[in-house]
Design a protein around this ligand. Structure first.
Ligand SMILES: [Zn+2]
Length: 244
């Protein structure tokens, strides 16, 4: 064996060893790694289906299918988000049944004025909440993983308003996920149009049962959350369930 082939052979052995080690650690990920705070949560498709069978209000609704003309800009399905990495496997947005129905009413009302909803994020698997806190450990802007996020309950949405003709977003005090004072509902922007647009979103969301989160103009929680537990079901699993 000459030196060149020996070097290649050694490299191959090292790569195989590295792969084996990484597979070993992936296989070692216990349910505890997925739920390090021991929270009560639905983590399998079977558990989710069983819960929905006893209470249909727990059903997660695909917003793209439920709301005609809704604009999807699911930031965590790409790299244009505060983590800089792709978190979701698919650009999907789900909410529990009643929240999704309310959002449909909001869309219809906005449509009358040539406006519509753009969704940045809705249901978020708990695993993403764990990761977000690792990247940005500030519970003003990122949910505390020891409690879980209302996004993990399928009851929160991040959204803005767009002009349906041009597709352009209405100007708001900050871009989505700008973690600053200016994102707060208490902030008075110098741009009066941005202020009016933020108020327009607030007024319509509150009329249909959503509550604001004071630190982020884009985040709203649906008022009915009782019994809506934490979920850690991936988007692939939810897609598979729809085909069943
Ligand atoms: Zn949010």
């Amino acid at each position: 064996m000459n030196a060149k082939f020996f070097k290649i052979a050694v490299q191959r052995v090292m790569l195989t060893a590295l792969l084996a080690v990484s597979l070993f650690f992936t296989a070692c990920q216990s349910p505890k790694d997925q739920n390090p705070y021991g929270l009560d949560m639905v983590s399998t498709a079977e558990e989710y289906l069983a819960a929905v069978a006893t209470d249909s209000s727990l059903l997660l609704i695909d917003l793209e299918e439920h709301i005609p003309g809704v604009v999807m800009d699911i930031r965590y399905a790409g790299t244009d988000n505060f983590t800089g990495t792709k978190i979701y496997s698919a650009p999907k947005a789900y909410l529990r049944k009643e929240a999704a129905d309310s959002l449909l009413k909001i869309q219809k009302e906005l449509n009358r004025d040539g406006l519509g909803i753009k969704v940045y994020d809705a249901y978020r698997p708990y695993s993403a909440t764990l990761y977000f806190y690792e990247v940005y450990p500030d519970t003003t802007f990122v949910a505390a993983p020891w409690k879980g996020s209302i996004h993990n309950r399928g009851c929160a949405i991040d959204l803005t308003i767009v002009n349906t003709k041009t597709g352009e977003e209405l100007v708001m005090p900050t871009p989505f996920d700008e973690f600053s004072e200016a994102a707060s509902h208490n902030y008075i922007p110098s741009d009066s149009i941005a202020l009016a647009n933020r108020e327009k979103l607030l007024t319509i969301m509150e009329r249909y049962g959503f509550e604001k989160y004071s630190h982020e103009w884009w985040h709203y929680n649906f008022h009915k959350r009782e019994g809506m537990g934490l979920l850690n079901i991936s988007f692939e699993e939810l897609e598979k369930l729809k085909k069943k």
